[in-house]
Design a protein around this ligand. Structure first.
Ligand code: GLY
Length: 258
């Protein structure tokens, strides 16, 4: 890829309270904070290797899920959006985000009540954005975001959701018309024109990989997805995500990229 898609990223350090993060997988156990910090450091290094200048925000102890900074904003090429998280315990994570984004964007939109939207439900495919109508993003939030997109010359489309946390928990765009697709999204007409990499049932966690410029970042320990992405001729970086997986966090959740 000649022109970089992204040049900057924002991340937030994990808080010690991360052990109390929301999870649909209590059977995986509580995250180990020290290991989570080391994994986060490796994540920042990987973003830098992809060519990004990374701004690291301090931990917010009062918000266990706040390292998943992707959910509080959407960064498009023409404007940024401050979201309104659907999870009550995460709603006030947006405090200070507008000011932060103002250093990078002239135009900042926002989701207003009763709309809710989390960035994990937003998948950018060139000029079009797919928006998962999940338990975190409601129809009103989706409609507000589509109006904002259209004001800036983009398009948006809501996507009905299986019982999956976020849209990008189950599918991720790898550029070059390649979509990683978990079985739950396999037959979706919205996605029929992409070349699919079908995620194996034992590797569902890898439906959330991260394409950044010339690299695809892949969770470590999942050989089938890794091989399938390499078979596309894409360069890969592997990162251990064990502690974030325990609280439903994926690679994309840990950063805003723009
Ligand atoms: N634990 C990540 C989330 O539920 O948003």
């Amino acid at each position: 890829m000649s022109e970089p898609m992204f040049t900057k990223a924002i991340v937030r350090k994990p808080a010690r309270s991360l052990v109390h993060g929301i999870t649909t997988h209590p059977e995986f156990g509580k995250p180990d904070y020290e290991l989570a910090v080391r994994q986060h450091d490796a994540y920042v290094k990987a973003l830098e290797r992809c060519g990004l200048a990374v701004q690291v925000l301090p931990a917010l102890e009062e918000f266990p899920d706040s390292c998943f900074v992707e959910d509080v904003a959407v960064c498009t090429p023409r404007f940024a959006l401050v979201t309104r998280p659907g999870a009550e315990s995460r709603r006030d994570e947006i405090t200070g985000i507008r000011g932060l984004l103002a250093a990078h964007y002239q135009v900042i939109e926002e989701i207003k009540a009763p709309g809710t939207l989390e960035g994990g439900d937003v998948m950018m495919v060139g000029e079009k954005f797919y928006i998962g109508l999940s338990s975190r993003t409601n129809a009103e939030g989706c409609a507000q975001f589509i109006k904002a997109l259209e004001r800036h010359g983009f398009t948006g489309q809501g996507v009905r959701m299986p019982p999956t946390l976020h849209l990008k928990t189950g599918c991720s765009y790898m550029e070059e018309n390649v979509l990683l697709v978990d079985a739950a999204f396999a037959g979706y007409p919205e996605f029929k024109d992409f070349r699919h990499i079908a995620i194996a049932p034992e590797e569902t966690y890898t439906a959330n990989c991260l394409r950044i410029n010339d690299y695809v970042i892949v969770p470590a320990g999942y050989p089938r997805t890794l091989a399938a992405i390499k078979a596309q001729g894409m360069k890969t970086l592997e990162l251990d995500m064990s502690e974030y997986r325990k609280i439903d966090g994926g690679l994309s959740c840990l950063s805003l990229r723009f």
